[in-house]
Design a protein around this ligand. Structure first.
Ligand code: NDP
Length: 315
């Protein structure tokens, strides 16, 4: 059988480029887990992916019911699951007011962190049961959540504080919409969600790597400044940001190159070490990168895990 990889948010940007890169190897069947079926179908077609290499399944990470339905549907299908890639994300850098998921969590953390947290928890047993020798659970992290980098020091900086907003449910009613309990800031909420993503992979590693042999990894594929992630940013930013990344920071990567990098984390036999945050140097060689103190704080990782379990109904 073909190896089977699930990619959330494969309808554009990095997710689509990764799906395309893996489809081209003909070794993988790609489950594109997307909220917009038609968009995903068109995207797969225009990327030149052949029908027999992919299946599109509906998943809206901003609804925990949708996550549960997706998992139920998948379990009924009897398909294997060898690698799960949590890639989808929303970014609302200029939003003045918060938006909310179906369950009433602030949208960025609700989608990027809580939706993926529930998804990966519910699929963990299936991943464990796979007979694929190198099963992996991968989440796309970001440099912007890492305050040990230049990019991570552009305000507003990621900061989860004492987690009082998360403990209160991030709903803006009886708690703040921000994890640290402060006032809403869309750019910061995204960065905070990425810190949660990177901490979650380390906590998965501590809890399940030894018993399951699953590789848990996160990565920063480089700044893919042209993707739809920036769709809600002001037009001038969207115009200038790619050139700024290309010529000033030199952090720019094309969707194609970033897709190849994530595809490497999915399938390269040399990238099987667990609990690594992968990055790439100027020559496109992968290396194990250092996370910021907060993005590698074991105690915080454990607390976020426990609070998130409560919010998504697992505890
Ligand atoms: P895109 O906006 O192109 O892709 C994001 C994907 O997530 C889209 O397919 C989108 O679906 C999907 N998505 C959003 N909300 C939901 C939801 N509720 N349910 C299901 N899917 C959803 O951005 P990128 O490709 O840039 O982002 C991919 C990942 O890369 C993210 O995790 C991002 O944080 C990360 N990243 C990006 C960087 C960059 O420079 N662009 C740098 C570092 C990390 P739809 O097509 O329907 O909108």
């Amino acid at each position: 059988r073909k190896d089977s990889v699930f990619i959330t948010g494969a309808s554009s940007g990095l997710g689509l480029a990764t799906a395309k890169a893996l489809a081209e190897t003909r070794k993988w069947h790609i489950i594109m887990a997307c909220r917009d079926f038609l968009k995903a179908e068109r995207a797969a077609k225009s990327a030149g992916m052949s029908k027999q290499n992919y299946t599109i399944l509906h998943l809206d990470l901003a609804s925990l019911d949708s996550v549960r339905e997706f998992v139920d549907g998948y379990k009924r299908s009897g398909r294997p699951l060898d690698v799960l890639v949590c890639n989808a994300a929303v970014y609302q850098p200029i939003a003045k007011e918060p938006s909310f998921t179906a369950e009433g969590f602030e949208l960025s953390v609700g989608t990027n962190h809580l939706g993926h947290f529930l998804l990966s928890r519910l699929l963990l047993d299936d991943l464990k049961q796979s007979d694929y020798p190198s099963k992996r659970l991968i989440i796309v992290g970001s440099i912007t959540g890492n305050t040990n980098t230049l990019a991570g020091n552009v305000p507003p900086k990621a900061n989860l504080g004492n987690l009082r907003g998360l403990a209160g449910g991030l709903n803006g009613l009886n708690s703040s919409t921000m994890i640290d309990g402060e006032e809403f800031d869309g750019a910061k909420a995204y960065k905070d969600s990425k810190v949660c993503n990177m901490l979650t992979m380390q906590e998965f590693h501590r809890r399940f790597h030894e018993e399951s042999g699953i590789t848990f990894a996160s990565l920063y594929p480089g700044c893919i400044a042209m993707t739809d992630l920036f769709r809600e940013h002001i037009p001038l930013f969207r115009l200038l940001f790619p050139s700024f990344q290309k010529y000033i920071t030199k952090g720019f990567v094309s969707e194609h190159e970033a897709g190849k990098r994530l595809a490497q984390v999915v399938s390269d036999p040399s990238l099987t070490k667990s609990s690594v945050y992968w990055s790439w140097n100027q020559n496109s060689a992968s290396f194990e990168n250092q996370l910021s103190p907060e993005a590698s704080d074991e105690e915080k990782a454990r607390k976020i895990w426990e609070l998130s379990e409560k919010l998504v109904g697992l505890a």
